[in-house]
Design a protein around this ligand. Structure first.
Ligand SMILES: *[C@@H]1O[C@H](CO)[C@@H](O)[C@H](O)[C@H]1NC(C)=O
Ligand SMILES: *[C@@H]1O[C@H](CO)[C@@H](O)[C@H](O)[C@H]1NC(C)=O
Ligand SMILES: *[C@@H]1O[C@H](CO)[C@@H](O)[C@H](O)[C@H]1NC(C)=O
Ligand SMILES: *[C@@H]1O[C@H](CO)[C@@H](O)[C@H](O)[C@H]1NC(C)=O
Ligand SMILES: *[C@@H]1O[C@H](CO)[C@@H](O)[C@H](O)[C@H]1NC(C)=O
Ligand SMILES: *[C@@H]1O[C@H](CO)[C@@H](O)[C@H](O)[C@H]1NC(C)=O
Ligand SMILES: *[C@@H]1O[C@H](CO)[C@@H](O)[C@H](O)[C@H]1NC(C)=O
Length: 386
């Protein structure tokens, strides 16, 4: 067996051992200097295994605390649950929730943001953006928690739009929150502009959580039928931003959409509209597909590493040239999941944390799972490039 294969299987084994040997004992105590890897711990399992949970989103808080929320189509009406871990994601419990003031709205497509600075007179506020959906409307709402994610109050109704639907609908969807330059920027997809079947826009607020500037295009195609959407954003060490999204492209023969992953590199988080749209080219020929999540880790050389998870692969796709050139594929210890999230834990840059639910287009597994992967080992095991 070649060394990198050996290392990879050792990683899997170690993760498996870490999980099985700690199941009946106390979780490993996370220290300020690191987190142990583990695989597939359950955050939440619905009573009905036919319930399709997707779109897991987490956020790092101080003191090894992590919050999580996800899409649960069978959730209690008008409410979205927030779970908490105080050991870097190894074990989880029900902690809080946000409840809509409008009866009958389901709170979906969460994005969590810990505002790790003073903002609008408060500091350490946890924001939760959702798409509040009912039969007649879609509404991007922001809830704020002043008690670390236990209780949430409505801070802003950023945009109200038409109901979920196909071409003629004017719906909005998929909010993503980013803290940048002392401002909060919210990216979302919108069908409100008749020039575009769907486009990605952003709105920014700098003073409080309810003073959003007007919407500015982030990704809008010259072709009406194109449907860029599902954006996530990460800051790079050169001050630029990587904006990843799925690019809904209509096949004119089959009339079906496909959703390859594209991205932009932009010097500004707020003005990316004129930056070029880049295809994500992987040196193995793999094509990342569907609802990407992008992050950046300082690991992996002078540029660090951009890490992107898609919705269909067990792998992550990485770029160590600040988004230029081709990407490489790295197998992970986490399962595939629709809109799978990848994050770097606060207290250990050598790891990647994955959160996901059901696989793309499938019901199973129905639970929300979190995996902590040793990314340093995985990078070390990669074949060097010529
Ligand atoms: C908050 O910011 C400080 C200083 O930049 C950083 O050390 C810390 O890790 C951050 N905490 C979280 C939870 O993001
Ligand atoms: C983190 O832990 C320290 C020490 O126990 C405590 O003083 C501090 O308040 C905690 N921070 C938060 C945000 O809970
Ligand atoms: C939501 O949280 C409140 C406390 O903040 C609690 O009383 C209530 O039972 C929770 N609701 C759900 C559906 O979990
Ligand atoms: C959507 O509607 C626009 C304008 O009515 C039309 O030009 C376009 O062909 C339609 N696209 C699809 C996929 O039906
Ligand atoms: C459209 O779909 C057909 C049938 O699956 C396929 O042969 C063709 O390559 C597709 N066109 C594009 C541009 O992908
Ligand atoms: C870092 O990124 C720059 C810009 O893309 C690239 O020219 C350089 O080769 C990268 N360095 C390494 C070590 O990959
Ligand atoms: C975690 O679970 C997924 C299925 O969801 C499986 O494919 C993967 O191999 C598991 N990882 C480990 C390390 O057991």
């Amino acid at each position: 067996m070649r060394l990198h294969a050996l290392l990879a299987s050792w990683c899997v084994l170690r993760a498996a051992i870490a999980q099985t040997t700690t199941d009946d004992t106390d979780p490993p105590a996370p220290t300020p200097t690191g987190v142990d890897s583990f695989a597939n711990v359950t955050v939440y399992q619905p009573d009905d295994s036919a319930t399709q949970l997707t779109y897991a989103r987490t956020e790092n808080l101080p003191n090894n605390t992590v919050l999580a929320a996800w899409n649960d189509p069978s959730q209690a009406a008008d409410s979205i649950a927030v779970f908490r871990s105080t050991n870097s994601g190894f074990s989880w419990y029900s902690f809080g929730n946000a409840t809509s003031s409008e009866p009958g709205r389901k709170l979906l497509q969460p994005s969590l943001l810990y505002v790790n600075q003073s903002f609008g007179g408060d500091s350490g506020v946890v924001l939760l953006a959702v798409n509040a959906v009912d039969d007649k409307s879609t509404n991007i709402e922001v809830y704020a928690s002043y008690d670390q994610g236990e209780s949430f109050e409505l801070a802003s109704e950023v945009v109200s739009a038409g109901p979920v639907g196909a071409n003629s609908s004017t719906a909005v969807s998929n909010p993503f929150l980013l803290l940048q330059n002392n401002a909060v920027t919210m990216y979302y997809s919108t069908q409100q502009d008749p020039q575009h079947s769907q486009k990605i826009v952003q709105q920014t607020t700098a003073d409080d959580f309810d003073s959003w500037d007007t919407a500015i295009d982030v990704v809008a195609s010259q072709f009406h039928d194109d449907r860029p959407g599902m954006s996530t954003v990460a800051k790079l060490p050169n001050g630029q931003y990587v904006i990843a999204f799925e690019y809904g492209l209509l096949n004119s023969t089959t009339k079906a959409y496909s959703y390859p992953v594209y991205y932009k590199i932009s010097p500004s988080a707020e003005n990316a509209g004129t930056e070029r749209t880049r295809q994500l080219v992987v040196d193995t020929g793999a094509q990342p597909y569907g609802a990407p999540f992008v992050t950046w880790t300082p690991l992996g050389g002078v540029n660090g590493t951009i890490v992107l998870s898609d919705s269909r692969s067990n792998s992550v796709f990485i770029n160590q040239a600040l988004g230029e050139g081709t990407w490489r594929e790295v197998k992970t210890t986490a399962g595939r999941a629709s809109a799978r999230e990848v994050r770097v834990p606060n207290n250990d840059d050598t790891k990647l944390r994955f959160a996901g639910g059901a696989e793309y287009g499938q019901q199973s597994p129905s639970q929300i799972l979190v995996t902590m992967m040793d990314f340093q080992k995985a990078l070390a095991a990669l074949e060097p490039r010529e």
